[in-house]
Ligand binder design. Structure first.
Ligand code: CA
Ligand code: CA
Length: 129
C-alpha cells in the first residue's frame, strides 16, 4: 500500500513538472511577442519606472520590453515605436474634456485613470508623446 502510494505521488509530480515546463515555455513565448500596451496609463507608468529594477516599487515586468531587467529609455523608445498611432494629438484632443460615460471618452487617453480626461492628462500626454 505504501509503495503504491509513493508511485502515484511520483507520477503526479512528473506530470506536474511537465505541465509547469509547458506553462513556462508558453509564458516566455507570450511575453517575448507581446506588443506594448498602447494606453496612456501604460506609457506614463513606463516613464515613471525608468531606472527601476526587479524589486523596486515602480518595477513592472511589462515595461521591460527588451528584457534586460532594467527599465530604460530604450524600453520607452520601443514602446513609443510600437504605439506610433497612440500619439495622435487630434485623437487625444477629441477625447479631451470628456469623462466616463461620454461618447468621446477614451480610457486609453485617461493617463491617471481618474475617469476624466483633463489638463493633467494633457500634461502627461505631452511628456509621453
Ligand atoms: Ca529594459
Ligand atoms: Ca485623467
Amino acid at each position: 500500500m505504501a509503495n503504491k502510494g509513493a508511485g502515484i505521488t511520483l507520477i503526479g509530480a512528473g506530470t506536474g513538472l511537465a505541465i509547469l515546463a509547458t506553462a513556462l515555455l508558453l509564458k516566455q513565448k507570450e511575453t517575448s511577442q507581446q506588443p506594448p500596451e498602447c494606453t496612456g496609463a501604460f506609457l506614463w507608468g513606463l516613464v515613471q519606472a525608468i531606472g527601476s529594477r526587479p524589486g523596486d516599487p515602480l518595477w513592472n515586468v511589462n515595461y521591460d520590453l527588451d528584457k534586460d531587467n532594467l527599465i530604460t529609455s530604450t524600453d520607452f523608445t520601443m514602446a513609443k515605436n510600437g504605439c506610433y498611432s497612440f500619439c495622435n494629438y487630434y485623437t487625444f484632443m477629441n477625447a479631451y474634456g470628456s469623462s466616463v460615460g461620454d461618447a468621446n471618452y477614451d480610457p486609453a487617453y485617461d493617463f491617471d485613470q481618474n475617469g476624466v480626461i483633463n489638463e493633467n492628462d494633457l500634461t502627461m500626454y505631452n511628456v509621453v508623446c
